[in-house]
Design a protein around this ligand. Structure first.
Ligand code: AMP
Length: 214
């Protein structure tokens, strides 16, 4: 079977992380989420975390050289992966191309999760995370069984600190200005495939599997 190396593109709240988790669970394709790596560094209070926190709180991008270094470490280790939340601009995409070329691990596809602006804002405001196991819920579409408590850990769910209205606006602005041009970038390389991300997660997953041939 062909190795699977994907980039997941789409606005914050499009469901990239949720879908990448499913692929990881079902097929062992490693999810590499730059957002998750940075949040872990912030919670541990490492030097990386101290730097990243300043940008993340504003909804801005963490500098490219830092991010590319983080991704490099991961793609060196794994044969199959999904890059979730990376690249976020053309410079990162070019850095990724150079890196993968030297490793002879070219991308097999770029999946664009197409979700409306309104839907994304609604989802981000309703998103809750388990601080212990990091499982992600949505109070509207995927609520926990008991009021705002993790089904697995029984711990009270929290909001991500950047899921507030002001930061969401900025994250979306950054997305439209810096990340959206990647659609054209990958279209030119004939790698881009689109999934309707407005549907419930299980429907999206079915379509995703079809598209990537799993
Ligand atoms: P995410 O979890 O993908 O929504 O990312 C949360 C935040 O982490 C973003 O708003 C950025 O501040 C930072 N971040 C995540 N991925 C990247 C990236 N590829 N480049 C720069 N900053 C990133």
């Amino acid at each position: 079977m062909e190795r699977i190396r994907l980039v997941f593109l789409g606005p914050p709240g499009a469901g990239k992380g949720t879908q990448a988790d499913k692929l990881q669970n079902d097929f062992g394709i490693v999810k590499v989420s730059t957002g998750d790596i940075l949040r872990e560094a912030v919670s541990k209070g490492t030097t990386l975390g101290e730097v990243a926190k300043i940008y993340m709180e504003r909804g801005e991008l963490v500098p490219d050289d830092i991010i590319i270094g983080l991704v490099r470490e991961k793609v060196l280790q794994f044969e199959q992966f999904v890059l979730d939340g990376f690249p976020r601009n053309v410079n990162q995409a070019e850095g990724l191309d150079r890196l993968l070329e030297t490793l002879n691990k070219g991308l097999t596809g770029v999946i664009y999760f197409d979700v409306s602006n309104e839907e994304v804002k609604k989802r981000l405001l309703a998103r809750r995370v388990c601080p212990s196991c990091k499982r992600v819920y949505n109070l509207i579409t995927e609520p926990p069984k008991n009021d705002e408590v993790c089904d697995v850990c029984g711990v009270k769910l929290v909001k991500r600190s950047d899921d507030n209205e002001e930061t969401i606006e900025n994250r979306l602005k950054v997305y439209y200005q810096q990340t959206l041009p990647l659609l054209e970038y990958y279209e030119r390389k004939a790698l881009l495939k689109k999934v309707d991300g407005n549907q419930p997660p299980d429907e999206v997953y079915k379509n995703l599997l079809k598209i990537i041939g799993l």
